[in-house]
Design a protein around this ligand. Structure first.
Ligand code: AMP
Length: 249
């Protein structure tokens, strides 16, 4: 079974985002970019399925600017076999990404597509669901456990009340939650080996998809600065203050 893993290049999660002076977006000039953390978990899960003998080939896909090749090389260094970059300088939105991925799924015929539950830059949490809709496949979102047996996948999902376990037929879509696994670091020899693994470059037009954004960002602002706290002498003073604020009775 082939596993497709879409990976997005995003602002590294350790970097504090800076808003551009004109408020048009987050400043990405000269900042560290990395693979979306949930996508690292997706790559790791695919590798584990391959190590168990369930998956036979792992194909990583990224849609974005030429530098997304670095993200794909990271996926290859972790253990993916092959990569596809769909190159565009346009900031493609989830529906356009899902349409491209649906076309790639048509060509590659994977048994499973494992995506992150959300990309930490725009926090959309849409692509996996839209892709499942376009393909008409079952979807197990927010997965904390994935078990494939025969033609079926069983996904344990993190829901508000606890854990929900669903079972559905392959081919299917899975989106990863934080507790699914701990992604491995790529070793130096594997980073070297990844340089010679196949990486094909395509364009959205090759898949007949228009990636022109449909949303217009009106304004991006920094969150308000936290105001300094107040020290209280004892619990009585704390309770009195909370009562005065109407927080306690
Ligand atoms: P989102 O719906 O934007 O929060 O993204 C959810 C997941 O879709 C991500 O974790 C990725 O697995 C995948 N994805 C989103 N955008 C891209 C992209 N440009 N290239 C590859 N995969 C993407």
């Amino acid at each position: 079974m082939k596993v497709l893993v879409p990976v997005k290049r995003v602002l590294d999660y350790n970097v504090k985002p800076r808003v551009k002076a004109d408020g048009s977006g987050v400043d990405l000039a000269n900042v560290k970019m990395s693979m979306n953390p949930f996508d690292e978990i997706a790559v790791e899960e695919a590798i584990r399925l391959k190590e168990k003998g369930v998956a036979t080939e792992i194909v990583a896909v990224s849609i974005g600017e030429a530098k997304a090749q670095e993200t794909l090389r990271t996926a290859l260094a972790m253990g993916a076999d092959r990569a596809i970059l769909v190159q565009t300088d346009e900031k493609a939105e989830p529906l356009a990404i899902a349409k491209i991925l649906a076309k790639i799924a048509g060509e590659e015929q994977p048994g499973l597509i494992i995506l992150g539950k959300q990309a930490i830059d725009d926090d959309n949490n849409q692509t996996g669901q839209m892709l499942a809709g376009l393909l008409g496949w079952g979807q197990g979102t927010f997965a904390s456990k994935v078990e494939v047996s025969g033609e079926t996948v069983k996904v344990t999902r993190e829901v508000d009340g606890g854990l929900e376990t669903d079972s559905f037929k392959l081919p299917a879509i899975v989106t990863t939650d934080l507790r699914l696994n701990e992604p491995r670091y790529a070793s130096l020899p594997n980073i070297m080996k990844a340089k010679s693994k196949p990486l094909g470059v395509k364009s959205p037009a090759d898949y007949g998809v228009d990636v022109t954004p449909r949303l217009t960002t009106l304004k991006v602002v920094e969150p308000p600065k936290r105001t300094a706290g107040v020290k209280v002498a004892d619990v009585d003073e704390l309770v009195a203050k909370l009562k005065a604020m109407g927080v306690a009775k």
